[in-house]
Design a protein around this ligand. Structure first.
Ligand code: SIN
Length: 528
């Protein structure tokens, strides 16, 4: 009965929505632009990777093409590294580690701070590269550069404050201390959705504690990581401490080398759960330390007692950030029946204000998805929901006249738990609204998934706030906010969303080993 009511109200909103859907689309369309210009063109590195402080091609000379997701035009080409090329980078990182680990925390701090300053100075160019290869609008790209730089700032401040412990021994005459040592050479494998921030979030703590790194840049967005490498060079990071390699079709081979080479002591990966499982299996051959930040299926819950306007703003931010392409994006929006209609209509009205287009165009709020596969998944989820009885309130179609990678921001009402979107991460601009009745029911459904990265809920009841935060099976909870990412906060998941924490004081420990030293024969009487 209540569900019927929700559908009826959904239909009402849908009718209203259809009134503002033009025959083409209800969203503004912006035409594509030409290739952008950088203030400092030397930040754009083609056909070379950064290894041991030098720019080198793949030994084979082979390259791969990188395309602008908005226009599908060629941006440039990058080296197709092999396992052999990667081994070279690892061996230079090993050599560099031996001296870098002995620098003082203060020295490492200064290097990170210098790198931070250069990222800030070159923020416009870095943002241009991000928009060009990832597609996100310039304002979002600038936001990402700030977010990325802040990891360097945060960890530059942590570097001089790495303390061990003194431990009261249970054995008389013994004294026990711990020393926090860098784990060694780290392999960092990063995704395309945050071409700068997912790299700095890993390199920051690694360098702060004295590790050296080999970064595998994503094939879709390699130019931002290579520009960061150029800035590392200018900051005076010693040769071999930071190496950035690229590959596209050879990605599995490069990943295998990083995860099986005995010199590499730690892997940090951000990406999908299936790839994370494969990398973990490969790492088991040499028992590497591992951090995995994998897929999510974030519940976003709006209780009857919520501030609905705040919840709408939170849902917009969480669901549509980077056009829905983040691991912490709301994937299932649960709305209690008492506020369902109000939330749905206010939410759809806000989504209707979006301007979809090329990220370089003034006024664009949402850019393209990264590639065709992403569009296909979104399309599958929308059609599956429709087939199973949900109602598309807004959007629901590709935008082929903008380009093959554009999709309308979409709002769907009357979602049910048997729909694909309930169990799979959509990773696109589609918001499915699920009605619910009770707190117990929604928490049970929210937790009924194999992953647990982020979860959000809106409520003004203090007891409920504590209760629900404690019962959600996720690594991160946003209460009355849709944005939780912050270099000062521990980022990471539970269940099949992986393990390990990035950012914050906890992020440091992921790159350290704790060495215990016991001193015997101590505590005797003073010599007279
Ligand atoms: C991610 O999508 O993996 C990271 C998102 C964030 O740091 O906010």
């Amino acid at each position: 009965m209540l569900f019927q009511k929700a559908l009826t109200s959904a239909a009402r909103i849908a009718t209203r929505s259809h009134q503002f859907r033009s025959p083409l689309t209800s969203f503004s369309r912006l035409s594509s632009t030409m290739a952008p210009k950088l203030r400092d063109p030397s930040l754009f590195k083609q056909n070379v990777c950064y290894v041991n402080g030098e720019w080198i091609p793949a030994k084979s000379g082979k390259t791969f093409e990188v395309h602008d997701p908005a226009t599908e035009q060629l941006i440039g080409t990058c080296p197709e590294f092999t396992a052999e090329d990667t081994r070279l980078a690892i061996s230079h990182a090993e050599t560099a580690f031996e001296s870098f680990r002995h620098k003082t925390g203060r020295e490492r701090s200064k290097l990170l701070r210098k790198w931070y300053d250069l990222v800030v100075e070159n923020a416009d160019d870095l943002a241009t590269l991000i928009t060009w290869e990832n597609g996100k609008p310039t304002a979002d790209a600038k936001g990402e550069v700030t977010y990325a730089a802040n990891f360097f700032e945060w960890f530059s401040e942590e570097a001089p404050r790495i303390y061990g412990d003194t431990i009261p021994s249970s054995i008389p005459g013994n004294r026990v201390i711990t020393i926090k040592e860098p784990v060694g050479v780290c392999g960092l494998i990063t995704p395309w959705n945050f071409p700068a921030a997912m790299i700095t979030r890993k390199i920051g703590p690694a360098l702060a504690v004295g590790c050296s790194v080999v970064v595998k840049a994503p094939g879709e967005t390699p130019f931002t990581p290579l520009a960061l490498a150029e800035l590392a060079h200018r900051a005076g990071v010693p040769p071999g401490v930071v190496n950035v390699v690229t590959a596209s079709e050879n990605t599995p081979e490069v990943g295998k080398e990083l995860t099986t080479n005995p010199t590499v002591r730690k892997i940090s990966f951000t990406g999908s759960t299936p790839v994370g499982k494969l990398l973990m299996k490969q790492c088991s051959t040499t028992l590497k330390k591992l951090s995995l930040e994998l897929g999510g299926n974030a519940p976003f819950i709006v209780f009857d007692d919520a501030d609905v306007d705040l919840a709408v703003a939170g849902a917009i931010a969480s669901k549509f950030r980077s056009s829905g392409q983040t691991c912490v994006c709301a994937n299932r929006i649960f709305v209690q029946r008492g506020v369902y209609d109000e939330f749905a209509s206010k939410f759809a009205a806000k989504v209707k204000e979006f301007k979809v287009g090329n990220g370089f165009e003034n006024g664009t709020t949402h850019g393209p998805l990264i590639h065709h596969k992403a569009i296909s998944k979104v399309e599958e989820h929308v059609r599956d929901a429709e087939k199973k009885g949900a109602m598309v309130l807004l959007g629901g179609n590709k935008l082929p006249d903008l380009g093959p990678n554009f999709y309308e921001p979409t709002v769907i009402s009357g979602m049910k738990v048997d729909m694909a979107m309930a169990s799979e991460e959509t990773f696109g601009p589609v918001a499915g609204l699920f009605p619910f009745d009770t707190e117990e029911e929604v928490v049970r459904i929210a937790n009924n998934t194999t992953v647990g990265l982020a979860g959000y809920f809106f409520s003004r009841d203090l007891e409920r706030v504590h209760r629900v935060a404690e019962h959600l099976e996720v690594g991160m909870v946003g209460v009355n906010t849709g944005l939780i990412s912050d270099p000062a906060s521990p980022f990471g998941g539970v269940k099949e969303s992986g393990f390990g924490r990035e950012g914050s004081l906890y992020g440091i420990g992921e790159y350290q080993v704790t060495k215990m030293v016991t001193y015997g024969g101590m505590g005797k009487k003073l010599q007279s």
